[in-house]
Design a protein. Structure first.
Length: 545
């Protein structure tokens, strides 16, 4: 008997070359460390260095911002609002300074292996940190040099620093021509999800971490059109019983409570996004992209609602989205429009006629549109491009109905547009002072290339509210300024951005510097009581290969 025969089969006499394959329990996954029929390769024996590839990039950016709250102090909350809401009818900012500066570092290292032309494995590690942020504030002996893992916790509840600076940005398998179906691809695992112009799904790589999604994406491609169907689990609140089996802790603590607004530990309390996205390429000069998205958040109303009904990804909602993006590129002219309608139901947690637990008593009826029209004069050496833009996203005058002092408005609707995972930085003005929520902005943009390695951009934007009773939301989608209940002013201010980029080594290395100034408008003065302009600047180096 061969020494390679497993102990489970050692007592049996089998024909040469055969083994038992129908044992009562095969407690394993495929592949595993032990060979099992033809399913498992001999691990480590089939590696081919010629099929291995890698990519990497590293970015360092120093950023500063003065008068973050336009002459007011920050309100002392971790979500970055410049004031609080208590049903106020007059400006309630607190005069003071709110200046900040910091250095960000981000590095990504990706490893790929092509098992065949149709099967690919990819994993991307990401290091993201703020220089000096690993230490415990005010405790010199626990400084940055002693906490290289990026996490510093004084106890199990209070943690400082980067919250863990090393993570996995992507880890997936990509299978083309799946199951013999030509044109059908499957990507399963953690992955980037980017569609169109990043309005709803974007990489958001201006951020130090960016977005990543856990799930599966199907793609079917033809010459005339492409279709994508995906499911992604955005939050998991599985029961604690998984821990003895080696699983991670549940994402949200489960609490035994009779309060129906608290997470009761149900395994069905999760959050998912489903999408069906299409790209029609058969119309000359145009790309047409109709799509449907379902955001299903089944957490209880009280789990995520700290900023009222406009809280990003508010818990306990079913939000359907029907949208279309159309883009034209013909000669010197380019233009595109994206329009989205959102409808569904959401639950609230407080205020008049509140619905508790998983009762969805609010109707959703929100919409947004974005349009760019540009002209590039390719015949000139500097290739100047002049473009005009208009953005709109709906708001809701009852958005603060669940906050103390807002009960009088009554909770009936949730019509503030949900921005989901858009890359607002490239659309809303580079200062990141506004998101695609309760806003209205026209802008004009000029770009040109003085040399083949230099790019200059000048962008002027007028920032306004769509609904004067709803709040001003920043690019991170959280509340920037809470509107007073009797607010009637729309004009937030005017933003001017100037960005210069210099490329080296055929784009493998770049230096970029930018400056932005926001001229405070009537809305800021009427709702904060201060009106100092805001300044913002940055400089960054980025290398990639």
């Amino acid at each position: 008997m061969s020494f390679e025969t497993s102990l489970a089969q050692a007592a049996f006499e089998l024909p040469a070359g055969e083994k038992i394959t129908h044992t009562a329990v095969v407690a394993r996954a495929i592949p595993d460390k032990e060979a099992y029929e033809l399913y498992d390769p001999k691990i480590g024996k089939n590696f081919d260095i010629n099929k291995f590839w890698m990519r990497a990039d590293l970015r360092i950016r120093y950023e500063m911002r003065n008068n973050i709250c336009f002459g007011s102090a920050m309100a002392g909350n971790t979500l970055g609002a410049c004031n609080t809401f208590n049903g106020q009818t007059s400006a309630n900012g607190t005069p003071g300074k709110a200046n900040d500066s910091y250095a960000l570092q981000k590095a990504r290292l990706g490893f790929g292996y092509d098992l065949s032309p149709d099967v690919n494995f990819y994993m991307e590690l990401q290091y993201a940190s703020v220089w000096g942020a690993n230490g415990l504030q005010g405790t010199p002996v626990q400084d940055n040099q002693r906490t290289q893992n990026g996490q510093n916790c004084t106890n199990s509840q209070v943690c400082f620093g980067n919250g863990g600076s090393l993570g996995v940005r992507a880890a997936y398998m990509l299978i083309r021509n799946f199951a013999g179906a030509e044109g059908l691809s499957v990507k399963a695992g953690r992955q980037y999800v980017v569609f169109g112009n990043h309005s709803i799904f974007g990489a958001f790589d201006w951020s130090n971490t960016g977005f990543a999604f856990d799930g599966i994406m199907l793609q079917y491609s033809t010459k005339a059109w492409d279709s994508y169907a995906g499911w992604f689990r955005t939050s998991e609140s599985d029961l604690g019983q998984g821990e003895p089996l080696g699983a991670l802790h549940n994402n949200l603590p489960v609490s035994g409570s009779n309060n129906p607004t608290l997470n009761n530990g149900s395994a069905n309390i999760d959050s998912d996004v489903f999408l069906f996205y299409n790209q029609i390429k058969s119309v000359p000069g145009f790309v047409i992209e109709p799509y449907y998205i379902l955001y299903s958040n089944r957490y209880n109303s009280g789990d995520n609602r700290n900023q009222g009904l406009g809280t990003p990804k508010h818990s306990n909602q079913t939000r359907h989205m029907i949208g279309n993006r159309i883009e034209l590129r013909k000669g010197n002219i380019d233009g595109w429009n994206e329009t989205i309608w959102q409808f569904g139901q959401m639950g609230d947690n407080g205020g008049a006629n509140a619905g508790y637990g998983n009762q969805k008593n609010l109707s959703i009826n929100a919409w947004a549109t974005r349009t760019w029209i540009g002209y590039t004069h390719y015949e000139w050496e500097w290739k100047p491009r002049l473009a005009f833009n208009f953005d709109y996203a709906s708001g809701d005058g009852r958005a603060n109905c669940t906050l103390p002092g807002g009960e009088a408005t009554g909770c009936k609707t949730a019509n503030t547009f949900e921005n989901l995972w858009g890359t607002n930085h490239i659309h809303m003005g580079y200062m990141d002072t506004i998101g695609w929520r309760n806003m209205m902005k026209p802008s004009i943009n000029l770009q040109f290339r003085p040399t083949k390695d230099d790019h200059i951009e000048i962008w002027a934007t007028s920032l306004n509210l769509a609904n004067t009773k709803d709040n001003w939301y920043r690019a991170s989608q959280t509340v920037y300024v809470y509107s007073k209940t009797n607010n009637t002013t729309r004009h937030i201010g005017n933003e001017l951005d100037i960005i210069w980029t210099r490329f080296f080594m055929e784009g493998k290395l770049s230096f970029q510097a930018g400056y932005g100034h926001l001229f405070a408008g009537d809305y800021i003065e009427q709702n904060l009581g201060t009106s100092t302009d805001q300044d913002w600047a940055y400089a960054q180096l980025w290398v990639n290969f």
